[in-house]
Design a protein around this ligand. Structure first.
Ligand SMILES: C[S@@+](CC[C@H](N)C(=O)[O-])C[C@H]1O[C@@H](n2cnc3c(N)ncnc32)[C@H](O)[C@@H]1O
Length: 218
């Protein structure tokens, strides 16, 4: 958060505190209504701001993660195991109208939530797919980037890696953010399948590139 944002947030907190105190005083001394404690008002303001911060923090962090994963304007990407679309919507905004996001999940409720979010004003460059990560139904070599956040540990890893190698373009990226699996286990499974090499690592975000000869699967 830059200094100007902090400045405006502090001004916002000040205004809300003043409004809370003013409404408390008006209710108590002008209308003689039951007011509850001033601490309750201050607590409500505090909770409100915590909520605003949480929304701001998480969405800016998620956007940053997508950018670190390599999501760029104009790309065709797959959010594999998209869940309710926490990253899908932001990714669709980053790739923009020239790009496309395939939001794929095996759970029908999750895909229904993503579809509902699109219907109520979300970006329209998203196609929702109810499918297994090992059999996406997507064409060969069609995808610039596959993004898997907090889902790889739930997948059939070998099947998923083979499918990822099939649908990715030759210079495509497989970006996996994984906190549940041990790093050694994740890297071992990728090495065993022998379809990808690790190109970059940032904390628990791993970016893999396709090996040139993708036929050498274990
Ligand atoms: C922990 S959630 C993460 C959701 C989302 N990526 C996020 O970060 O908010 C894992 C998701 O993987 C999905 N999933 C599990 N197995 C799957 C499979 N075989 N194919 C596709 N999706 C799968 C689950 O339905 C769930 O939505």
């Amino acid at each position: 958060m830059n200094i100007q944002t902090v400045h405006w947030v502090l001004i916002g907190i000040g205004i809300l505190l003043l409004l809370a105190i003013l409404s408390y005083l008006v209710l108590k001394y002008i209308y003689h209504k039951p007011t509850g404690s001033i601490w309750l008002y201050l607590f409500m303001i505090f909770m409100f701001w915590m909520w605003i911060f949480t929304i701001y923090e998480t969405s800016s962090k998620r956007r940053e993660k997508l950018k670190k994963a390599g999501v760029k304007e104009g790309q065709v990407i797959v959010d594999l195991g998209c869940g309710p679309g926490r990253f899908t919507i932001l990714a669709a905004r980053i790739v923009g109208p020239e790009g496309k996001v395939c939001a794929l999940d095996i759970h029908p409720l999750h895909t229904a939530i993503v579809a509902a979010r699109i219907a109520i004003g979300g970006p329209k460059n998203i196609s929702v797919m109810h499918a297994d990560c090992c059999a996406t139904g997507l064409p060969d070599k069609a995808i610039d980037l596959i993004f898997i956040n907090d889902a790889f540990h739930e997948f059939d890893k070998v099947g998923c890696l083979k499918e990822a190698a099939r649908i990715l373009k030759a210079d495509g990226i497989l970006a996996i953010d994984e906190h549940e699996m041990k790093e050694s286990k994740l890297l071992n499974v990728v090495a065993e399948v022998n379809l990808f090499s690790l190109a970059e690592k940032d904390k628990r975000l791993y970016k893999f590139r396709k090996l040139v000869d993708e036929g050498k699967s274990a």
